[in-house]
Design a protein around this ligand. Structure first.
Ligand code: AMP
Ligand code: GLY
Length: 425
């Protein structure tokens, strides 16, 4: 069957690799794709991912049997509904269900209504009232723009003055645009964070290997937030007992809630969890695969991703095998120097073949092909993944690959998976 993959980052490269391995896959297309994806799929440039009609038209032209949506924007924009209206199967939630990611206020309201554990919160449309609230209440807070803000719309504050400054940034200066017209002010939770992604057809829930992301730019989790500097799976913090607790207290009630609300959730549900002293609590829901979590999770999937995605779309996930390798995977992101601030582009990249020959997977994120070479074209350039029997060996394998790859100004963290290694030591 013909498959259309929407997106062009490291996550989509990992998806493309897995999709291309399925015997069901005929022609694989990607919009816009990237130079890594282009090795296994036909990439199509010049389609606006926010234009549902253009995406449907493309799918019709290419006789697509399954559309796979990577990023959140087309999902919250209703592309899955548009595909459904045109009779095209798609993997991903509808616009209504994707609101779990598109609106933090909606996600918190669902969790409150159905008793799903999460940080206590209040919602404000009015900056004056919000200022009074943060001055009166016990610190510290997480202050969040309601809408999509490319993962950047959250400010953690320790003091009332910091909280007021954060409100000014979000609501007055509109640093995240209209996403900041409403804010959620939450109590700050403490604990270890872990990402749990799950396949679901709206009823059956199949969790994937738990993963941990590294959001901060520098070693020791210092420096500014980024799109993610690395990841590993499986995360040992997610014990089998904890997974059962998360399933019973969070995943099952949430999927049942979405049914009751008339917005059945199908696709990949990403649950960001904080493992607090009182147990697991939800930090956020995302309506899609995580980046860079996908780059470590999918290489551990032994079953056919196309069959699983079709089952999610058609409602027979319970009868579909989903098996995982017993190995571990670690992804080190190689970024352009300066990222997440300003950085240079167009630097020649060498050594990818050597890293692959050493046994690593190399996923492209911000790369571009010129007439005769591959050059950097973004902040996060590549994700280098090592797979091995355990996390420690997978870390060594990933860095072995990283050592072989070079571009001017390359920057990467040297402590990916430090929490897992500390736990095992
Ligand atoms: P979000 O976009 O909601 O995932 O928030 C981004 C990051 O901010 C999360 O990954 C957490 O590290 C942190 N964060 C968000 N909300 C809270 C909270 N209530 N308590 C502690 N940390 C939080
Ligand atoms: N790794 C965080 C995210 O995908 O939102």
């Amino acid at each position: 069957m013909n498959i259309l993959l929407i997106g062009g980052g490291g996550r989509e490269h990992a998806l493309a690799v897995k999709l291309s391995q399925s015997p069901h896959t005929g022609k694989l297309y990607a919009v816009p794709g990237n130079p890594g994806i282009a090795e296994i799929a036909e990439c199509i440039a010049g389609v606006d991912l926010e234009d549902n009609a253009a995406l449907v038209k493309l799918a019709q032209e290419k006789e697509i049997d399954l559309a796979v949506v990577g990023p959140e924007m087309p999902l919250t924009n209703g592309v899955v509904d548009a595909f459904a209206a045109a009779g095209i199967r798609a993997f991903g939630p509808t616009k209504g269900a994707a609101e779990l990611e598109g609106s933090k206020v909606y996600a918190k309201m669902i969790m409150k209504r159905y008793g799903i554990p999460t940080a206590r919160y209040e919602v404000f449309n009015d900056i004056g009232r919000a200022r009074v609230y943060v001055r009166q209440m016990r610190q510290p807070f997480a202050i969040k723009a309601d809408g999509l803000a490319a993962g950047k719309g959250v400010i953690l504050t320790q003091t009332a003055d910091e909280a007021v400054a954060a409100l000014d940034t979000i609501m007055q200066d509109k640093a995240f645009g209209e996403a900041g017209s409403r804010v959620v002010i939450e109590e700050l939770m403490t604990g270890e964070e872990v990402s749990l992604l799950a396949f679901t057809d709206g009823e059956t829930i199949v969790p994937m290997a738990a993963a941990q992301d590294h959001k901060r730019a520098q070693d020791g989790d210092e420096g500014p937030n980024t799109g993610g500097m690395g990841a590993y799976a499986p995360a040992p913090v997610m014990t089998p007992e904890l997974l059962e607790e998360v399933r019973a207290k969070i995943l099952r009630p949430l999927i049942d809630a979405m049914q009751k609300e008339g917005r059945p959730y199908k696709g990949c549900l990403y649950t960001g969890l904080m493992i607090t002293k009182q147990g697991p609590k939800v930090v956020e829901f995302n309506a899609r695969f995580g980046d860079p979590e996908t780059q470590v999770i999918l290489p551990l999937l032994e079953s056919d991703l196309v069959e699983i995605m079709l089952a999610c779309a058609e409602g027979n996930l319970a009868e579909t095998p989903v098996h995982w390798s017993k190995e571990a995977a670690v992804c080190v992101v190689m970024a352009s120097g300066g990222y997440p601030g300003p950085y240079a582009k167009g630097k020649e990249i060498t050594g990818i073949d050597a890293a692959k020959a050493a046994g690593c997977l190399v996923f492209h994120a911000g790369t571009k092909k010129t007439a005769d070479k591959l050059v950097t074209d973004g902040g996060r350039v590549l994700g280098v993944v090592g797979r091995a029997a355990d996390i420690k060996r997978a870390v060594a394998k990933a860095y072995e690959g990283v050592e072989k790859i070079h571009f001017d100004g390359e920057y990467y963290r040297r402590d990916i998976a430090h929490r897992a290694l500390a736990r095992q030591a």
